[in-house]
Design a protein around this ligand. Structure first.
Ligand code: MSP
Length: 645
């Protein structure tokens, strides 16, 4: 394989249902890998699409009074629309009803037949329409249920063509044995090996009991058969490259990375390589199987009404935050539970406090010390220790992504961010400035900027727009050249003037968590929970309004709360005998000294509360939008304690 090319695939999605979080997960990992290969300068082809034939789709269309083609057109469109909305960087969107695909599948069938790998016989066994899979009686659950999905199977007895899968057992075992990383992660590979060792039976690859599939090649002159949907579907990975026709993109084969869910690994790690061997084509470099997303520990299903709609999540919390969450939260290959709270925690803590805040700190420090000018001039001389620590992590980090361990990849990048945050605390640039050591303070800012630049480049496959915003603010671009320069060659940034941009990850307040969790609208359970009115909906009387005591306060003192990225401790004069202590979550937006002697609007009759162990005797009013937060202040100075209303 040419190392300078990469081919990434997602499974092609069944069109019996609209996209959900599981589909988004596979697609987002694949998109990340495609973007990573492009960043490395590889000529990359990224394929996704829809799987449109088979009994399941035929039945789904029929139950809605539609033709299978009409129905497939509609749902396939929904997948494509979602991937476009999600900015998925696919190069081709294949549909198995495309004429070129059908032709390619027939060509492949002919070749396998001529080779003697296909013969005609009779199939008798059990079939699960939902999984489009054949089973023997001994494999069934309680004598009837599908061992994979639990739904009832059907006994079928029909004439069928078979693929001599049994002939490939030893060759497959040899492949697993010789190619250490052909199936990722390792645990999943071992499951495949034990399955194959139990013995492979020949595979039925045509059906006669329904119509909605690709016909056999004309040369076989056997009209009553259509192809088994999995043979048709798996071949998409080569027909998309032009197999059986112009072959214009076959130079991308073999695939670098084929992403699948654990439920369809058997098809991709056993049938698919066997078909490829029969076609005399090389085998994929890696087939990666991820786990399943559950909801509060339960499998998602329409009947339970707990299916998470990826678009709603992305709309509510930001697409890139969602991408980060999915890839960070779960070790690749394991199941993961989707919870809004976990997502919010990741956004506020990992993204806001540890990543975005670093940019704010660089902007803040450089603004104060050097009119936003940043230099790498003394970084090597003064910070070799930190640079070495960073490089030690970065030298190893890409192996993790290459093995699809996205969570460990991100974990390590965050360790690099921690080196930067730690350096600020340890070196106290503000003290250096006070003591006249401008050179020391600027070198520290330069170090932090270089660390942020490197992390941004490496995080760009996962959060491309965020990385781009940081790079733009720091006057460089995320390209293969910058990857080579700053990551591979470890060069430092040229001197630049940083642009002051608003915080990248505004804090998500807890109150958002009270909104209903994102699920598919049309799939909400019949029995709706009692709805809590939204803010706009609750009407109050004037008396209720005046139960709130709003007062003008003057801030006398403002200090940072230790160990908090969010909180400031304020002393506010409300015209009472003593100023009140108010703990406010505004540190991201206001420096303590700029608040002193300014006026604010305070909710004065709130029950006092302890925040991080400190008593808070009121709340400041503020407005917040995507550009940040602004305190509500009187238009003209007013006496402290004046009431508002
Ligand atoms: N059409 C076949 C694939 C053919 S590929 C030649 C198919 N389609 S599917 O739409 O049912 O599933 C596509 C992918 O979505 C699978 O990889 C599957 O694992 C994934 N997911 C479906 N539900 C999922 C979760 N709840 N969680 C994570 N991924 C899951 O199978």
């Amino acid at each position: 394989m040419n190392n300078n090319k990469a081919y990434v695939t997602t499974p092609i999605y069944y069109v019996n249902d609209v996209p959900h979080i599981g589909h988004a997960y596979t697609t987002i990992i694949a998109d990340t890998m495609a973007r990573y290969y492009r960043l490395q300068g590889k000529e990359t082809f990224f394929l996704t699409g829809t799987d449109e034939h088979g009994q399941k789709i035929e039945e789904a269309a029929k139950s809605r009074g539609r033709s299978p083609q009409e129905y497939a057109d509609e749902i396939s469109g929904k997948f494509r629309e979602l991937w476009d909305y999600f900015d998925i960087s696919y190069d081709k969107f294949i549909r198995t009803t495309d004429a070129d695909h059908k032709l390619g599948v027939q060509k492949a069938f002919e070749k396998m037949f001529e080779k003697g790998d296909i013969y005609k016989g009779e199939y008798e066994g059990y079939y699960c329409v939902s999984c489009e899979t054949f089973f023997t009686e001994t494999q069934l659950m309680d004598g009837e249920g599908c061992p994979d999905c639990g739904k009832p199977t059907k006994l079928v007895k029909e004439e069928s063509y078979f693929f001599r899968l049994s002939n490939y057992q030893e060759k497959l075992l040899k492949w697993y044995n010789e190619d250490e990383r052909c199936v990722l992660p390792k645990g999943k590979k071992n499951e495949v090996i034990s399955f194959v060792k139990q013995g492979l039976r020949d595979l039925s690859i045509t059906r006669t009991s329904f119509d909605w599939g690709i016909k056999l090649p004309a040369s076989l002159n056997d009209e009553k058969h259509v192809m088994y949907v999995w043979l048709d579907a798996l071949l998409n990975y080569i027909t998309a490259l032009g197999y059986g026709k112009e072959e214009e993109n076959m130079h991308f084969w073999p695939a670098t990375m084929q992403l699948v869910g654990k439920d369809i690994l058997r098809f991709h790690a056993i049938y698919w390589p066997a078909f490829l061997m029969s076609l005399d084509l090389p085998l994929p470099k890696h087939v990666g199987a991820h786990g399943w997303w559950t909801r509060n520990g339960e499998k998602m299903s329409k009947s339970k009404g707990n299916v998470v709609n990826p678009k709603e999540v992305a709309d509510a919390y930001g697409l890139e935050n969602f991408r980060y969450f999915m890839l960070r939260e779960v070790p690749f290959g394991q199941d993961g539970d989707f919870s809004q709270k976990a997502l919010i925690d990741r956004i506020n803590s990992d993204l806001g406090n540890e990543f975005g805040n670093l940019l704010n700190r660089i902007i803040g420090m450089s603004g104060k010390y050097s009119d936003f000018k940043i230099t790498s001039q003394d970084v090597k001389a003064l910070h070799v220790k930190e640079l070495n620590e960073v490089e030690a992590i970065l030298n190893e980090v890409e192996t993790k992504l290459n093995e699809l361990q996205t969570n460990r990849y991100l974990e390590d990048l965050w360790k690099v961010l921690a080196i930067a945050n730690g350096a600020i605390t340890a070196h106290e640039p503000w003290t250096k400035i006070k003591n006249g050591d401008t050179k020391g303070a600027l070198a520290l800012v330069g170090l932090v900027a270089n660390i942020l630049a490197r992390v941004s480049i490496l995080v760009s496959p996962i959060m491309p727009q965020t990385a781009k915003k940081i790079a733009n603010a720091m006057q460089f671009e995320i390209t293969t050249q910058s990857y080579e320069k700053y990551i591979l060659n470890k060069e430092l940034l040229e001197d630049f003037v940083i642009e002051k941009i608003p915080p990248l990850f505004p804090k998500i307040e807890e109150e958002l968590m009270e909104t209903p969790e994102p699920t598919l609208k049309q799939e909400e359970p019949k029995e709706k929970k009692k709805e809590t009115p939204t803010k706009e909906e609750s009407i109050i009387t004037i008396d209720q309004f005046f139960q709130t005591s709003l007062k003008i306060g003057t801030i006398l003192e403002a200090t940072e709360v230790a160990n908090s990225d969010r909180l400031l401790q304020l002393k506010v004069d409300l015209g009472e005998s003593e100023p009140r202590q108010i703990i406010a979550g505004i540190k991201e937006y206001y420096a303590p000294q700029e608040l002193i002697n300014t006026q604010v609007c305070v909710v004065a009759n709130l029950k006092p509360a302890k925040i991080m162990g400190l008593l808070s005797q009121g709340m400041l009013l503020a407005a917040k939008d995507k550009d940040g937060l602004a305190l509500m202040r009187p238009e003209k100075p007013k006496t402290s304690g004046s009431s508002v209303g």
